[in-house]
Design a protein around this ligand. Structure first.
Ligand code: ADP
Length: 534
């Protein structure tokens, strides 16, 4: 996938670019407000002076203190300190003997004055601290809100790639970067650091002097390294590197605490965006594969269907010609039969793939299925020694008939296929063993032979359509559809079909189906009662 294209120069008005829209903690005081507070101090002094005979030092000190507190709350710390000092002077000048001088005669008055100054100073400081903390908390809350809405907007854009463009754009604009780019895994990297970050999963710092330094992790933060010109950061989601974010600024990448937090949050968005792109691509690929599969099934179904009619005609004509005494017609008939079977298998496979196979499960004795299979395969087996054993598996040692609940026609087809394969792939003189037994809630058939078996590495592939053993003669056996159809038929009925090598050579195919009990029979522990009412 190519690198995300650059976003058009338009700016999303909903995305906030200013990180700190809240007024600074140290506003520049306007001269007018200073004048107002000096006037207020003067007015308060005048008012107290006019009634000085009724006031003692405590009244005056407390009133000035009130003024200092109100001034601190309404303004900056500087104003609080200035008001405290001004009040201190006024207090001394007008209300402490000798009046109208800054001299203090009595040592206790010094104590009053300095206590006043200390209390005013501490109160101003505490008010300032409380306000700073409140403003910081408000600032953080606003920042979190901004990042949350930015994240929502960034990641809710229509296409996943657009989310990445949006993150790049916002990072570049907000942190005043010269370059900001998100590299997806298959993008062409234009910086060596990007390749290192992607391969090693750690951050890579490029310094102004051209040297590089690897960071110990992939944490999304600007490290304390002097003169950083660029940072390449692997974007990781659930331990997987989904891309690399590279940011660069020629005059050095130094971010303050707020910008760091912003960068960290945005790099998480970038990682989520890159993961979204990956998932979207994966979903697209899966959909394309599904579509190709559907098409393939449709083609197979339609071609197989269309082949059937001419095959029937060929077979009928060959039959007529054979009746007239031409020996070659029998070969034509055989080949037509073979082709017919292949076409029928193809049709069945496409039906199984489309889950369009009809099942009629009924409670049936294992012996019935075995009898029918031996009869159906008798033409192929040609008198082959088949040793049959049926084990009732009754807990009291008595002879009971193992039952299963399965579709007779489909299960017959599986068992016949296993018998024919055992005959086909094992030496003629060796016996084939066919057994049926009850194993918990399963009715299990085993078909064992003394053939070469299937190499362990290929055992599972043998159940894939069109599998043929390596080096198999083209004219031996069918098209490699038998086992794949058999396994799907078994699974469609809630059963299974597995291969295992035999200890002394040969193959065992284990075909299991849901077991059943006769109504009224005691149910063994762990044995399903499914099918008892059938
Ligand atoms: P085919 O029509 O080729 O027999 P199957 O799907 O029935 O197709 O079998 C797939 C392949 O599995 C066969 O070509 C053969 O190589 C291998 N195979 C199946 N059954 C046996 C067996 N009893 N012993 C050895 N190999 C077997």
């Amino acid at each position: 996938m190519p690198t995300p294209q650059r976003m058009p120069a338009q700016r999303n008005p909903a995305i906030p670019y200013s990180l700190f829209p809240i007024p600074s903690l140290f506003p520049i005081p306007s001269p007018l407000s200073w004048l107002a507070w000096i006037t207020a101090t003067a007015a308060l002094t005048a008012a107290m002076w006019s009634v000085r005979v009724h006031l003692d030092e405590a009244h005056v000190a407390l009133t000035y203190l009130l003024l200092v507190l109100v001034g601190s709350v309404r303004g900056s710390r500087a104003r609080g300190v200035a008001l405290a000092f001004l009040s201190f002077l006024c207090f001394n000048f007008f209300f402490l003997p000798p009046h109208y001088t800054l001299l203090v005669r009595d040592a206790r008055d010094w104590m009053v004055l300095f206590t006043f100054l200390a209390v005013a100073g501490v109160a101003t400081h505490l008010i300032h601290r409380a306000r700073t903390e409140a403003e910081e908390a408000r600032r953080r809350a606003a920042e979190v809100n901004r990042l949350a809405s930015l994240g929502a907007e960034t990641l809710s854009v229509g296409r996943a790639e657009e989310a990445l463009h949006a993150v790049e754009h916002v990072l570049r604009a907000t942190l005043r970067l010269d370059a900001c780019r998100i590299y997806l895994p298959d993008a062409e990297p234009d910086a060596e650091a990007v390749v290192i970050a992607a391969e090693q999963g750690v951050g890579v710092v490029e310094r102004v002097d051209g040297t590089r330094r690897l960071l110990p992790d992939a944490e999304p933060r600007i490290p304390h390294v002097p003169e950083i010109a660029a940072l390449s950061l692997p974007l990781r989601v659930r331990e997987r590197t989904v891309g690399v974010l590279r940011i660069a600024r020629a005059d050095g990448l130094e971010l303050d605490a707020g910008e760091q937090r912003f960068f960290t949050a945005l790099s998480y968005y970038a990682a989520l965006g890159a993961e979204r792109v990956r998932l979207a691509a994966e979903a697209e690929r899966a959909e394309a594969l599904r579509e190709a599969d559907r098409l393939k099934d449709a083609v197979i179904a339609s071609v197989s269907h269309d082949l059937r009619t001419p095959l029937t005609t060929i077979k009928a004509l060959a039959h007529d010609i054979a009746a007239e005494g031409d020996g070659r017609a029998a070969d034509i008939e055989d080949e037509a039969d073979r082709l017919n079977r292949f076409v029928a298998d193809l049709l069945d496979l496409s039906r199984l793939n489309a889950d369009a196979v009809e099942l009629r499960p009924e409670v049936t004795p294992a012996e019935d299925l075995i009898g029918a299979a031996l009869q159906r395969a008798s033409g192929t087996l040609q008198g082959r020694d088949v040793r049959v054993s049926v084990d009732g598996g009754s807990a009291d040692g008595g002879d009971t008939m193992p039952l299963g609940r399965f579709d007779f026609v489909h299960s017959l087809r599986v068992l016949v296929n296993l018998l024919e394969n055992a005959h086909k792939y094992s030496p003629p003189g060796t016996p084939i063993e066919l057994s049926a037994s009850r194993d918990g809630d399963r009715l299990v058939f085993r078909v064992a032979d003394r053939g070469p078996g299937i190499p362990p590495a290929e055992a599972e592939h043998a159940f894939a359509p069109f599998y043929r053993a390596r080096g198999a003669q083209p004219d031996v056996g069918g098209a490699g559809l038998g086992l794949s159809i058999a396994r799907r038929l078994a699974e469609a009925q809630g059963g299974s079909l597995h291969y295992a090598p035999r200890p002394d050579g040969g193959s065992v195919f284990t075909f299991s189906l849901p077991a059943a009990d006769l109504p009224g029979e005691p149910v063994e522990p762990g044995v399903s009662q499914e099918g008892t009412n059938a």
